[in-house]
Design a protein around this ligand. Structure first.
Ligand SMILES: Nc1nc2c(c(=O)[nH]1)N[C@H]1C(S)=C(S)[C@@H](COP(=O)(O)OP(=O)(O)OC[C@H]3O[C@@H](n4cnc5c(=O)[nH]c(N)nc54)[C@H](O)[C@@H]3O)O[C@H]1N2
Ligand SMILES: Nc1nc2c(c(=O)[nH]1)N[C@H]1C(S)=C(S)[C@@H](COP(=O)(O)OP(=O)(O)OC[C@H]3O[C@@H](n4cnc5c(=O)[nH]c(N)nc54)[C@H](O)[C@@H]3O)O[C@H]1N2
Ligand code: SF4
Ligand SMILES: [Mo]
Length: 716
């Protein structure tokens, strides 16, 4: 890859942020070893040579003056709690890695001896979605330690489970094929903001006459650019999907051949959807009955039709049922049969990594527990830190929290409960981070982490079908170290003798690929891939995607019936409704709490941040200035409260309260207010939008319900 005689090197890396696009990124490194440019790889068919606005400016982040670059220990006597931005260093003292690792290992050992290893809770999510960074040496470490297992539910579990119930696997229409569609339906997916590399496909399809319909309560940039924006009421998507099926079946617009060959349970589904008349659906969704009929007809009579359902719809209490019902639509109309048609929630089911070898769950047998440890749901972190252990059935209270790849001080629901937990002086907290976040403010030790330019990894994607290698482009800044290094070292300090704790990243990548004796992967779909080719080329498509890919059109699926399941015997056997049905969220306008809290709050993501990542960078904040610390309101709700645009307002419910500035615009329908996620420490009150969100869980999978929250608003 090094051009002869050139003082610059170009290195293949992969953007490791939690984004469906997983872009191939070319990093130019100068003779001094400094990265001087990042660019999208033009040879990667989804990246297509460009990066989003956030990562195009990535060197501002890598070389930011406020990176955490050395291990730090909280100074004696400094209490835990929100620190003013820029002053964090004063709360900590710099120490060496050996001192930090030695002290942390000793403390974890003590806690394990005193309370049992399950009192240690690892907390991580998707700061990096590189396979090694996301879950490898860390999993080995915590299995061997006997620490609690974390159920990673904060993002996608309700939708993921729903899709798998219907299709068996998280597979979908390839992103590149959306350009062939004649109708694109973005359902609870903000393509322009969160999935920008799908947008050129949408544009190309539209140049060929396709229409774009967006179903989203919020007028996103995607919605503003659509042919038809349906500003559905939050949490009513199940009703709409069932209503569309009602019209499709009533008018005979279904694909009988596809249904007969590939699906299970149509009779029961047909009976269920009879109740969902356009009139009833209209009353729930805020649409007219005519609009429900129009959408059904347009969807069923246009081919190819590509549905992009993203994770927005499943952050609601009934989000599992919503995705399940929506997922059935392309099966009812046979959209899968037409290249460019079908649907996509995630493509992650295409990547069959050798996870057992990478994560080594068997090491739990070597732990002091001698068994798999208890499982703690990350979406109820507040409860885990404040309530767990009061009931003896729970096992021990949490005495140590080890955070990496995540910023729960900002992103976890029910912020005030989380904060109360993090404030506990007796809780031993370690945070491995790149920046001083809302979480490091509560840490006993802060350890410096590398960015994707500074370590090697391998990555799949949830928005395309390419295996990609992220080669290390530059030396780690300061004393920053990767997740793999950290947990490998900590294992040595704990005295874990298993060889796997000394594996190098290259060895672990080979394990993930299941490299066989002939140098090729033994993983299904990766048989043509060698370590060396991947290192050289950066990206290689999964084998089934080399000449295009249409899932679910033939053969046996991996559902129990082998078919697309309209009706799920699995759910029925658990005593759960085998069909999707609409129950309004408890925190919605139909819920009991609506008497006191009449407005539905959407605590959304920002287009120019990645959840909480990037929100500390001035350049990125400037791009978000229009909606930063704002509460977006409909004029009807503002008028009723004597609020005008620019007024200071207070938004609150039983869980918390925060002050924002009203933005009275056309972005939300009546009865809905919206704001976007930010760092708590950026707010004068030291809190963020998650003071309003709850620890209630979704109907499937135990996921977080960020988009089901009732509030009221008043002029401050
Ligand atoms: N720029 C940017 N990109 C990102 C992220 C980011 O923070 N910023 N986050 C990344 C992550 S972690 C994820 S999981 C993906 C998620 O990608 P998306 O699934 O697109 O995620 P969201 O923005 O949560 O939700 C999409 C839309 O759903 C809408 N929505 C909310 N409630 C409802 C509802 O009840 N019904 C319907 N129909 N729509 C609803 C929201 O208003 C929002 O515009 O994006 C990733 N990409
Ligand atoms: N109100 C509201 N809350 C939400 C959401 C919402 O839409 N609204 N979205 C939810 C969703 S979908 C998600 S996925 C979660 C996301 O929650 P998180 O996974 O916590 O995501 P980020 O906010 O991006 O924080 C990731 C952190 O990991 C750090 N990091 C990055 N790379 C590395 C690494 O290699 N090693 C280590 N040790 N650290 C690293 C980054 O600096 C960053 O601070 O937030 C959820 N919270
Ligand atoms: S955040 Fe998403 S769109 Fe932006 S560079 Fe990374 S993978 Fe690509
Ligand atoms: Mo997410």
């Amino acid at each position: 890859m090094t051009a002869a005689a050139s003082p610059f090197r170009i290195v293949h890396t992969v953007c490791s942020h939690d984004c469906p696009d997983s872009c191939a990124v070319l990093v130019t490194v100068d003779a001094e070893g400094r990265a001087i440019k990042v660019a999208g790889d033009p040879s990667q068919p989804v990246t297509q040579g460009f990066l989003c606005g956030k990562v195009a400016k990535y060197l501002d982040r890598v070389y930011a003056p406020d990176r955490v670059l050395y291990p730090l220990r909280r100074k004696a006597g400094v209490p835990k709690g929100p620190l003013k931005r820029g002053s964090e260093h004063e709360a900590f003292e710099r120490i060496g890695w050996d001192e930090a690792l030695g002290a942390i290992a000793a403390r974890l050992q003590q806690i394990s001896d005193d309370y049992g290893p399950e009192s240690i809770l690892p907390y991580s999510y998707a700061g990096t979605i590189g396979l090694l960074g996301f879950g490898s040496m860390d999993r080995r470490f915590f299995h061997r330690l006997g620490g609690s297992q974390l159920d990673r539910t904060i993002c996608s579990v309700a939708g993921g489970e729903a899709w798998s119930l219907v299709y068996g696997k998280k597979l979908g229409t390839p992103t590149e094929d959306f350009k062939l569609a004649k109708l694109i339906l973005a359902w609870g997916g903000n393509i322009h903001g969160n999935n920008i590399h799908l947008w050129p496909m949408v544009e190309q399809a539209r140049r060929n006459g396709a229409r774009l319909i967006v179903i989203d309560p919020y007028r996103t940039r995607t919605a503003a650019l659509a042919d038809w924006h349906i500003a559905i009421r939050p949490g009513t998507d199940v009703a709409l999907a069932l209503g569309l099926m009602h019209v499709i079946l009533r008018e005979g617009l279904e694909d009988r051949a596809y249904i007969a060959a590939m699906t299970h349970g149509i009779e029961r589904l047909a009976e269920r959807v009879r109740e969902y008349t356009p009139e009833r659906v209209a009353a729930w969704t805020g649409m007219t009955a005519g609009e429900v009929e129009q959408l059904a007809r347009e969807y069923a009579t246009t081919q190819p039709t590509a549905l992009r359902v993203n994770y927005g719809v499943q952050r609601s209490e009934n989000g599992g049922s919503a995705v399940r019902a929506i997922a059935m639509l392309p099966a009812l109309t046979g959209a899968w049969k037409h290249r460019g048609g079908g649907g996509q929630l995630s493509t992650s089911g295409g990547f069959k990594w050798n996870k057992t070898e990478v994560e080594r769950p068997d090491l739990a047998l070597n732990s002091p527990l001698g068994r798999q440890a208890r499982v703690v749901n990350m979406s109820t972190l507040g409860m885990a830190l404040t309530e767990m252990g009061k009931n003896p059935d729970d096992g021990p209270p949490v005495h140590a929290l080890f955070v990496y790849n995540s910023n729960p001080g900002a992103v976890a629901p029910n912020h005030n409960a989380v904060r109360k937990g993090l404030m506990r002086p007796d809780l031993f907290t370690v945070v491995h981070e790149q920046f001083f976040t809302d979480t490091t403010d509560y840490a006993d030790y802060v350890l410096p982490a590398t960015t994707f330019l500074e370590h090697t990894d391998i990555q799949g994607a949830y928005g395309h079908y390419f295996v990609q290698m992220s080669n290390q482009a530059i030396e780690p800044l300061g004393e920053a170290r990767s997740n793999v290094w950290l947990f490998g070292q900590l294992a040595q300090w704990m005295g874990f003798t298993e060889d796997c704790f000394r594996d190098t990243p290259e060895q672990m990548i080979r394990q993930a690929l299941g490299i066989g004796l002939d140098g090729r992967s033994t993983n299904a779909g990766m048989e043509h891939i060698t370590f060396e080719d991947l290192q050289e080329q950066g990206h290689i498509p999964l084998s089934f995607h080399r000449d295009g890919f249409q899932p679910f059109i033939s053969g046996r699926l991996s559902t129990p019936s082998g078919k697309v399941e309209f009706y799920s015997e699995t759910l029925a056997a658990q005593g759960v409704d085998g069909l999707p049905g609409f129950t309004p969220p408890a925190e919605s306008r139909w819920g009991e709490g609506a008497q006191r809290y009449p407005l539905e709050f959407l605590g959304r993501k920002a287009d120019n941040y990645m959840n909480s990542t990037f929100a500390n960078l001035d350049g990125h904040r400037r791009m978000e200035a229009r909606t930063s610390q704002r509460l977006e309101m409909h004029p009807t709700d503002a008028d009723a409260r004597g609020i005008v645009d620019g007024d200071a307002v207070r938004v609150w419910n039983d869980r918390g309260s925060l002050r924002l500035t009203a933005l009275v615009n056309g972005s939300v329908p009546p009865g809905v207010v919206a704001g976007h996620l930010d760092w708590a420490k950026m707010h004068p009150e030291g809190v963020n939008q998650n003071v309003l969100t709850s620890e209630r869980l979704t109907d499937l999978g135990g996921g977080a319900t960020f988009y089901s929250a009732l509030v009221d608003v008043a002029k401050a």
